[in-house]
Ligand binder design. Sequence first.
Ligand SMILES: Nc1nc2c(c(=O)[nH]1)N[C@H]1C(S)=C(S)[C@@H](COP(=O)(O)O)O[C@H]1N2
Ligand SMILES: [Mo]
Length: 481
Amino acid sequence: MVTNGDRSSGVGAAAVGLAALGVGEAIAATRGGSLIDTLGRAAIDAAPVPVVEVTVAMSGRHDKIATRLGIGAGVVAAAVGLAALPERLRTPVTAAAGAGAAALATRLSTRSTSTVAGAVAASGVLAAGLRRRPRGLLGGLAWIATGAGMFAAAHTLHHDLDRRQDNDIRRIGPMGALGVVPQDGLEDEPGLSPLVTAARRMYVADVNLRPPRIDPAHWRLSVTGKVAHPLRLTLNELAEDAVEFDAVMVCVHNHPGEGRAANGRWFGVPLSDLLKHAIPESDATRLVTRAVDGYTISLPIEPLRSGEWPGYVVIGMNGEPLTPAHGFPARVFVPGLYGQYTGAKWLGELELTDDTHVDYWWRRGWPAGPLWVTPQARIDVTAPGRAAAGTTTIAGVAWAPPHGVAGVEVRVGEGDWHSADLGTELGAAAWRRWRVAVELPPGEHQVQARAISRSGEVQEGRHRPPFPTGPSGFHTVTVEV
Ligand SMILES: Nc1nc2c(c(=O)[nH]1)N[C@H]1C(S)=C(S)[C@@H](COP(=O)(O)O)O[C@H]1N2
Ligand SMILES: [Mo]
């Protein structure tokens, strides 16, 4: 039976849990670390594929907030659980939990010193607080207020560090030149996605709750492993050899019609050039792209070296350095491969190795791939006809990297497919805008679009979920006339 006293002491323990997490978070934040982000990353790393898939599908843009709240709730629940333990077990178990969190921080945090300190402090506060559990409403409130103050302090510290990072990035200056704003002839269609996606509008998909902060002055890209001539390159050195290219980045979780795709004008150094300078050894078969936090995506070396797959170490998007969310200062991008297979953001190292390497996602059940983006058309606009009265304008974007979009077709219900007009192509790997006018009688209609690649591949209509080889199906929109 739960007595009133038990219940209020449960609330007290929850308050202590919140305060302990707040103290840990504030201490970790003094040098840019985060206990919550570390625990969140550990949870993401440990989550089985079905859980990841459901979380991505359900929380979409809010998956990071959802994970943070989940960690907060988990720590509070753990505090309540600890409070229920017999006194003699409580302190050792709390200490063990703190040691566990510290061990995770050592492995997962790019700011491990402060994060470890945060973990130790949090478990100390937890142990002390549970020994003298707050009684009554006021006692609980005092702990909650302490926690809230600590979270606010942590937030301010991170905000300052983010501002400093933004200033560092701003000082770098242009990365490539978006000299002429690209146009494709469909500029007069309101509601159509821009031809080039602004970095701040680009989707974000990664396993980090916060982008690692990297000091560009000290950052180097190392090319290591099975090479005759290891390299260590600064951002400026990379910029000297970089070229611009247009390409769409697509997440393997992008169901037809969704926004996990973005078209950029990227600035990067061809991987074939870097490999030529580094001189791979004869048994080097895989190029591991490793983020500063250890996350890896690997690629076969041969097609990159020969240039069959044009891949790049990207250091700019749309004329500017990468933003923190999108991988500042560098990321690897092979146009045509899904984001999860294309290369790591926050790149620290390119390691040439052999086929014994195992990637982050393979360990979790995804195929070794690489997985290529399949042709996809998205409908952005369904509006009263602009060309003629009585028609409806259907317009959108389509992609089929690396070969390019040869055609887009639209149908109403189960009717015939009609070819859309295509905007001028920026590049074969870029997305292409399209528009068509269809006649729709009054009533409700299902409109679908499909893309056809220059290699002859027609977008597949049968619905497939993203796992394990990428999604398929048509974007279907209901139009009411
Ligand atoms: N370091 C790192 N790089 C990463 C990822 C990641 O989790 N960590 N996610 C990949 C995935 S799944 C995608 S879709 C793209 C997303 O890039 P964006 O967030 O800039 O859109 O980055 C890829 N590179
Ligand atoms: Mo992704």
